[in-house]
Design a protein around this ligand. Structure first.
Ligand code: SF4
Length: 325
């Protein structure tokens, strides 16, 4: 008997897997990559959690499918920010079901706890998710199982319902107790979760789609740096710090040129390839405003292969009208 677990790396999904593995069932943990997960590399954390409970881990990349089917026209709308949680969950369950069939597994599990999160995890929302993903009866949520209708694995006796949990609500007490009982270590997950729930990230998304079609290659561009929109419509991204700059340097996206200072340190920039001459000149000035420079002097900057001369603006306040975030 084998089950597929929707695995986020968090404590709840780790404990849910452990409850099923303890009943002699193999668990394949799948982590679904929408592209909008936290910017910190969580792979080693996920590997560590799976190793501690004895599950195998697979990362499933659905970035392109996610942009096409979920992000821009969610049937159930958005949460507080750019997060289409109900549609997103339904997509994840549909993907998990696909994998279940391909792997010859018998059912699905997730770490969801009833009533823990207001929008996506109340009973009604969960039911919608199950209906839309055709997972009715196949999805067992071990953490709240005793408070939910019995699922196929429980009815068929593959899983003993009595050995599952009945956690409801936001308190973490029972989860902590379970973690202690099984000796789980280092379970605090690093990173900040889903970027689509972040207000600032959402502002950048809203701005982006006013000007351009959003593609998979644009996801990394959105994750780093200061984002600006110039008067003729070009997008400018400037590294804010030593962490942003290497990430921006690595980006190879045919929509953007790389903007750099020549012969002195400065932030790394990305500028729309379609930028007008006046947006290019302004981008150079803005970048120089964030360097140790003087408005009275002229400096060399490069835009891909092209070099140009520019002076910084008088002050950072002058950058404000163009700043999205
Ligand atoms: S928080 Fe993000 S990953 Fe989670 S369901 Fe909502 S949109 Fe999807």
């Amino acid at each position: 008997m084998k089950a597929i677990a929707l695995f986020s790396g968090g404590l709840d999904s780790t404990l849910a897997m452990k409850l099923i593995i303890d009943q002699g069932i193999d668990v394949l943990a799948i982590n679904i990559n929408t592209g909008f997960g936290s910017t910190k590399d969580r792979l080693s954390h996920m590997q560590n959690m799976c190793a501690q409970v004895g599950a195998e881990l697979k990362i499933i990349d659905i970035q392109s499918e996610y942009l096409q089917d979920v992000l821009f026209d969610p049937k159930h709308g958005y949460g507080k920010n750019f997060n289409p949680c109900i549609d997103c969950h339904a997509k994840m369950f549909a993907v998990a079901k696909r994998i279940m069939e391909a792997e010859g597994a018998s059912f699905l599990i997730s770490g969801e706890v009833m009533g823990q999160r207001p929008m996506s995890q109340n009973k009604e929302a969960m039911q919608t998710v199950l209906n839309e993903s055709n997972c009715e009866g196949l999805l067992l949520r071990p953490m709240s199982a005793k408070r939910l209708e019995p699922t196929i694995p429980e009815i068929e006796g593959w899983v003993d319902r009595e050995r599952l949990e009945e956690i409801v609500g936001r308190s973490r007490d029972r989860q902590m107790e379970l973690a202690r009982e099984i000796g789980l270590e280092d379970f605090e997950s690093p990173g900040g979760g889903c970027l689509l729930t972040d207000e600032n990230f959402s502002k950048k998304m809203v701005d982006f789609i006013k000007y351009d079609t959003f593609e998979v290659g644009d996801i990394p561009v959105m994750k780093f740096g200061r984002h600006l929109r110039l008067p003729d419509g070009a997008k400018l991204v400037l590294g804010r710090n030593k962490e942003d700059n290497p990430h921006l340097q690595e980006i190879q996206n045919e929509k953007y040129s790389h903007l750099k200072t020549v012969g002195f340190p400065g932030p790394h920039g990305l500028l729309s390839k379609s930028a007008s001459q006046s947006d290019k000149e302004l981008a150079a000035k803005i970048m120089l405003t964030y360097c140790k420079t003087s408005p009275e002097e002229s400096y060399t900057v490069s835009l891909d292969e092209q070099e140009m001369q520019a002076s910084p603006l008088e002050s950072k306040e002058q950058v404000q009208p163009y700043t999205i975030l």
